[in-house]
Design a protein around this ligand. Structure first.
Ligand code: GUN
Ligand code: ZN
Length: 416
């Protein structure tokens, strides 16, 4: 059951990602009617002589951004240039993540994370929680209070990390069950629990297998890292010699499904792409992180051409920003480096509708259309020609002085 809101009408410039193509419609002066359930009842051009005033002057309204890959316990170490993936985990990440044993520290960071999402216009996120059950519970509570939408997992590790970050498989799965009972499906499915084995190297086969069973039993989303860095890939091959390839490690443990979301996917082989596509799994493309850790350049155009669902991820703290507009700009640069340009219209679609699809929420959010939840943001923009859609999209994604987000609604209710 949802708590009803006062129905309202928003008037302003609208960017509406299409359902059927990766394109975006532009309405220079539109109305969005939101009903008492926070669902969009109607969208269309404002009629001549419309009495509704512009809701937030100088802004453009669009679906809230979807961050498909972000690490809560790395917020305070974002942007630390301590090396490539495995070195960076050892030198920077594990020590910081250990601090989340302290509930007060975790509570502060959880509040900070929600503030950063709202400031960036991110209304939905797929979050790697802490390895500590209490810190993960604290994050769920903060998301609940602010009204944001998210899927959150306890980051599962039982090997190759400091002992205080490792939780043995049976204990970890019991802790997950408790979080599932408390939070999965909360507030008419605004919050979900996501099974989150960190990556193959930090999990024993027993933990991977338990994670797969847990996801299957409760029909849960799954997220993990896949094929990010050459050193990581070599270590996975050495650790799991029986697996045909990296993705096969997850597949053998029931973790490659249509509910799976794989972060990075930079260096996948042809058989891996085939298996990922056949499973109906999705990709979280994290270009800023990929640049910052020197991981490589993901073939975004090829991935889209194959028909694989893709969203964009900040991957903070390997990523340096929470702004999905900056991430879209990085994705643009990455696509040029691959020699296969993905333009701003398609990138805006990926940052909203594409992310929603990747999370299995494409029938509920990511569009300004009747029947979708009113998860909307109003972003300040300055353009010289109000009729020029290309200029508007460039300003939104590529302007260096990124203009602020003025309003953030989830189901029509302001996120605070
Ligand atoms: N692989 C395993 N853990 C991590 C992480 O925290 N960040 C990134 N980018 N890759 C990982
Ligand atoms: Zn990550």
């Amino acid at each position: 059951m949802r708590k009803p809101i006062a129905p309202r009408t928003i008037r302003g410039r609208l960017l509406c990602p299409r359902v059927d193509t990766r394109t975006v419609d532009h309405l220079a002066d539109g109305l969005v009617e939101i009903d008492e359930q926070g669902v969009i009842a109607a969208v269309g051009p404002a009629p001549a002589g419309c009495a509704v005033p512009e809701t937030v002057p100088g802004t453009v309204w669009l679906p809230g951004f979807v961050d498909t890959h972000v690490h809560y316990p790395q917020l305070r170490v974002a942007g630390r240039s301590s090396g490539e993936l495995l070195t960076w985990l050892e030198r920077t990440v594990f020590a910081e993540e250990s601090r989340f044993a302290d509930k007060n520290y975790a509570t502060d960071v959880a509040a900070d994370l929600c503030r950063r999402f709202i400031a960036s216009g991110t209304t939905t996120a797929s979050i790697y929680g802490s390895s500590h059950p209490i810190a993960t519970a604290v994050l769920f509570a903060a998301l609940d209070r602010t009204g944001l939408r998210a899927q959150v997992g306890m980051t599962l590790m039982d090997r190759d990390a400091p002992p205080d970050l490792c939780l043995e498989a049976d204990a970890a799965l019991v802790a997950c069950e408790a979080l599932i009972a408390r939070w999965h499906g909360h507030d008419d499915d605004r919050l979900r629990f996501c099974v989150t084995p960190r990556f193959a190297l930090s999990c024993t086969p027993r933990l991977l297998e338990g994670a797969g069973r847990l996801a299957d039993r409760h029909d849960l989303p799954i997220q993990t890292h896949l094929s990010e860095n050459p050193g990581e890939i070599a270590a996975v091959a050495a650790r799991f010699p029986e697996a045909a390839h990296y993705l096969d490690v997850y597949a053998r443990h029931g973790l490659c499904t249509e509910r799976s979301l794989f972060g990075h996917c930079i260096h996948l082989s042809e058989p891996e792409w085939g298996a990922l596509h056949a499973a109906g799994a999705a990709v979280a493309h994290c270009p800023d992180s990929n640049f910052f850790l020197g991981s490589g350049v993901m073939p975004l155009r090829d991935t889209l051409t194959r028909g694989v669902r893709v969203g964009l991820g900040s991957d903070v703290g390997a990523g340096r920003t929470f702004s999905m507009r900056h991430i879209a700009a990085s994705a643009y640069d990455a696509s040029l480096l691959r020699g296969a340009r993905v333009g701003p219209e398609e990138l805006l679609w990926l940052a909203t509708a594409g992310g929603a699809n990747a999370l299995g929420l494409g029938d509920r959010i990511g569009h300004l259309a009747p029947g979708y939840d009113a998860d909307l943001v109003a972003v300040q923009v300055q353009v010289s020609d109000p009729a020029d859609t290309a200029e508007l999209l460039d300003a939104l994604l590529f302007s260096h002085a990124t203009e602020p987000v003025r309003n953030v609604l989830v189901r029509g209710r302001r996120a605070v």
